[in-house]
Design a binder for this molecule. Structure first.
Ligand SMILES: [Zn+2]
Length: 326
């Protein structure tokens, strides 16, 4: 009898390191780093502070899922499919809630319906996945439906408790929330644990913080709303534009980091070169822009380049260059 008890203990002990049978695809039909980014990870800190699986700040207290964000509301409205991450059967769904940021003045209460429109899918071996904040009227599965990995189940939206277009994606094993980037990681291990994403996704899903969500040029000062409407997508601006403004919206910036944004003209001349003060706190997202009014003789025709850097103690942690033609 003692022996069987021993075997039971061994199985329990080794189960977390033995590997899991499930492998996950992306919950959104997008290209990580191009048409979507991870805005928030699962909170691994049991206290009232928050820590993502890399001991970073891309999470908030009690966050139980991974937020895959599309860069603009304009893209969300065009329709981006939310996808089943593995084969399974639909357990439950909700639809009918409005697509509205909870920061909108007319936003209704979402108490008890924070997930908004969404679906829960059961998979083999006690796994379950949940998909939240789908677009109103976009659900295309119902309870009992069988789905295959990669099947569309709806569109990304803005329903429930959300301020930006994303799918809040939750993984549970036998009812307990797990982090698909880091299952059964020892506390404070900053990146250990088992990864559930299928191998072909792991490089693109490697941890990125900070990261550039949007970058481009406009013809005047811009707002976060205009960025969400997709401003800056045009690779050309007219030569008689009233101003030339380069902008970057970055996510996951940390206290102490320094942003710098410059614009160089067609002959290599510097139009503007601005270094910000070190950040006094972490920033989930931040919009930075620099620009120059049209000179009296007009802008020179040609290609203008913007260079964006984030540094910490003189070391570059993020860099992006982008261009526009005038
Ligand atoms: Zn979330």
């Amino acid at each position: 009898m003692n022996q069987s008890v021993g075997v039971g203990v061994l199985l329990f002990f080794f189960a977390p390191t033995a590997g899991y049978a499930i492998e996950l695809g992306l919950p959104l039909d997008c290209e990580i780093g191009q048409t979507c980014l991870v805005q928030n990870y699962v909170d691994h800190d049991m206290s009232d502070r928050a820590s993502d699986y890399q001991c970073g700040a891309l999470t908030y207290d009690g966050h139980n899922g991974t937020d895959f964000r599309v860069p603009t509301l304009a893209m969300q409205r065009r329709g981006v499919h939310v996808l089943a991450v593995a084969d399974g059967q639909v357990l439950r769904t909700r639809d009918g809630m409005a697509d509205m940021s909870i920061s909108a003045p007319e936003a209704p209460s979402v108490a008890g319906q924070e997930c908004g429109n969404g679906a829960v899918i059961a998979h083999a071996d006690g796994w379950e996945t949940q998909y939240c904040h789908l677009a109103h009227g976009s659900l295309r599965v119902k309870r009992g439906d069988r789905v295959k990995a990669g099947d569309p189940i709806g569109h990304v939206g803005l329903s429930g408790k959300t301020e930006f277009p994303h799918v809040h994606f939750v993984v549970r094993l036998r009812g307990e929330v797990v982090d698909p980037f880091s299952v059964a990681a020892p506390d404070g291990s900053c990146g250990l644990g088992t990864v559930l994403w299928k191998p072909s996704l792991r490089e693109s899903l490697s941890y990125r913080a900070p990261a550039v969500l949007n970058a481009g040029f406009a013809d005047g000062p811009i707002t976060m709303d205009q960025v969400d409407e997709g401003i800056g997508a045009n690779p050309r601006l007219p030569q008689d534009a009233p101003a030339l403004v380069a902008f970057v919206r970055a996510i996951g910036l940390r206290r102490g980091q320094v942003q710098r944004l410059s614009v160089t003209g067609p002959d290599g001349e510097t139009l503007v070169d601005q270094a910000e003060k070190p950040l006094d706190r972490d920033k989930a997202q931040m919009l930075l822009y620099v620009g120059r009014k049209r000179p009296s003789e007009g802008f020179k025709p040609g290609r203008y380049r913007a260079d964006y850097f984030v540094t910490r103690e003189g070391r570059i942690v993020l860099q992006k260059s982008f261009e526009v033609s005038l």
